[in-house]
Ligand binder design. Structure first.
Ligand SMILES: *Cc1c(COP(=O)(O)O)cnc(C)c1O
Ligand code: SF4
Length: 343
């Protein structure tokens, strides 16, 4: 690991951008790579029209060859079921699209979500932002300045969360410049980054990234998004090591997904693997009801039953908080695990 921290950040940064460009965008080439017969795929590829397919090579390398039901594959492969409509599902389940300040969400008192970059390295089919108008939220420097000014004027904010899309899609010089401006505000204590990029493409955690983040004079929290134990690769663990050593808090959030991780056993394995990697389980989200993702849904009663079993199997500090997002609430809503008669 020590060799990675060298003064060759420019070439390393080009590496992750090359890696990003080499990802799978055509389901048929991904199926071929996985030794799956494309003639069994039917008309599922049509769902690309709803949300393009994007799968980095590293993420594909973690999938089991020849297995249509691979839990990583199911998260990213377009499916006919995305055309189904279901009651209660909408294009904007969290009512985020209409915002007075584009690129800024201040729903919870002490923390604000800054959308740094639209788009992700991977397109997760269940994503609650799959219909998000990223083009309109692609920030001009001027809007970003306006959002920083908003944060400067709101002393109740002590934490800035970089989000997206995936904020690590942005270049490190841009991120470093933004972080420096935030660190200069006296009421800001913490910088949090919500990202799935290191999981699907560990190469993203490179020297240029370490340098600005580790030296930033704020508390630093990196919230990863890992849904299955198989996503915790040796490469990810290796690239996280310098961050752990530098005292960056590493957390994980996952989404409870049918066919992917919706059993007590899979959840126990996931959170053991996450903890082994030096990451603390943080949240397990119920699926946000976004149109096209209903086939991933696990209802509240099933989710409670799974977590009631998980708390028997894991020490308390390895159990993520089961939460859901309810419009208008001052924060995420924790779900009570006691069994309810109406379940
Ligand atoms: C989830 C979320 C946060 C962060 O909430 P925590 O409970 O602190 O993790 C902040 N703002 C918005 C809009 C969110 O959706
Ligand atoms: S990484 Fe996160 S924001 Fe990006 S597509 Fe997946 S779930 Fe959505």
């Amino acid at each position: 690991m020590a060799q990675i921290i060298q003064k060759n950040s420019i070439s390393v940064e080009q590496n992750w951008q090359k890696e990003l460009a080499s990802g799978f965008t055509d389901p048929f080439s991904l199926l071929k790579y996985l030794n799956l017969d494309p003639s069994d795929f039917g008309t599922h590829a049509e769902a690309r029209r709803l949300f393009p397919m994007r799968v980095p090579r590293h993420f594909a390398s973690l999938m089991e060859k020849g297995n249509w039901q691979d839990p990583l594959l199911l998260q990213v492969l377009p499916s006919n079921q995305e055309f189904l409509t279901a009651p209660g599902y909408s294009a904007d389940p969290l009512e985020e699209h209409d915002t007075a300040n584009p690129g800024l969400l201040h729903k919870y008192q002490s923390r604000v979500l800054l959308i740094v970059k639209g788009g992700c390295a991977v397109n997760c089919r269940y994503c609650f932002r799959r219909h998000f108008p990223y083009a309109e939220n692609s920030l001009s420097q001027q809007q970003l300045e306006a959002n920083i000014a908003y944060i400067a004027e709101h002393p109740e904010i002590n934490e800035v969360i970089l989000s997206g899309g995936d904020p690590l899609m942005a270049r490190d010089d841009k991120l470093a410049a933004l972080a420096e401006k935030l660190a200069a505000l006296p009421h800001i204590k913490r910088l949090r980054i919500h990202t799935r990029l290191p999981v699907v493409m560990p190469e993203r955690l490179d020297n240029a990234f370490y340098q600005w983040l580790i030296n930033l004079p704020l508390q630093k929290v990196l919230v990863l998004h890992i849904n299955h134990a198989k996503e915790v690769s040796p490469q990810l663990i290796d690239r996280l090591a310098p961050l752990r050593q530098a005292g960056v808090t590493l957390l994980n959030q996952a989404v409870l997904l049918k066919g992917v991780n919706a059993s007590a056993e899979t959840q126990a394995e996931l959170n053991e693997a996450v903890f082994d990697a030096g990451i603390m389980p943080y949240y397990l989200h119920l699926l946000d009801k976004v149109q096209g993702a209903a086939h991933f849904d696990i209802d509240m009663a099933q989710a409670r039953a799974i977590m009631a079993e998980v708390i028997k199997r894991l020490p308390g500090f390895m159990v993520p908080k089961l939460v859901t997002e309810i419009g208008g609430q001052p924060g995420k809503t924790p779900i009570d695990l006691r069994l309810h008669p109406q379940d």
